[in-house]
Structures are given as C-alpha cells and as structure tokens.
Design a protein around this ligand. Structure first.
Ligand SMILES: [Zn+2]
Ligand SMILES: [Zn+2]
Length: 80
C-alpha cells in the first residue's frame, strides 16, 4: 500500500496541513490541524492511482469534490 505524508493547504485558513503516513484507505476528508475545519486532500485526490486523468472538481463554495460524493453514496447504500 502506498503510504506517505500528504500535504494540503487549508482553503479556510491557508495553513499547510499534513497527514503523516497517509494512504488512500484513510480517506480524503480530514480535519485541518490549525482551524479544525473539514478539508479534502485534493492534491492526493488528483494524483491517486485510480485517477489517471487527474480529475478533481473541488468547488470553493461547497468545499466538496467527487471523492466526497462517493463517500455519501456508500453511506446511503448501507442505510437501505
Ligand atoms: Zn484550516
Ligand atoms: Zn478532490
């Protein structure tokens, strides 16, 4: 499993948040260590092995990208 230190600039406070020993199984949604807002590791998102096209549709307004939609979708399936 590909594990490394993931770094992402928090869009809320511009702090350089990092996750030690991160891998895709831990998920892309993390909490900023500075302002504690929920953020996405979209630098990882666009460099992931399952994302050859480097696609990420992160929006500043919603602070969501397709990784989040996948998580929501899975949760909905479990409830049924
Ligand atoms: Zn922050
Ligand atoms: Zn993303």
């Amino acid at each position: 499993m590909y594990t490394h230190e993931a770094v992402e600039i928090c869009p809320h406070c511009m702090f350089e948040h990092y996750e030690k020993d991160w891998n895709p199984n831990k998920g892309y949604r993390v909490t900023c260590m500075n302002c504690e807002e929920s953020i996405l590791l979209c630098d990882e998102c666009s460099h992931a092995e399952d994302n050859q096209e480097r696609f990420c549709d992160w929006e500043r307004e919603t602070c969501k990208c397709f990784r989040d939609l996948k998580v929501c979708y899975n949760k909905d399936n479990k409830r049924r």
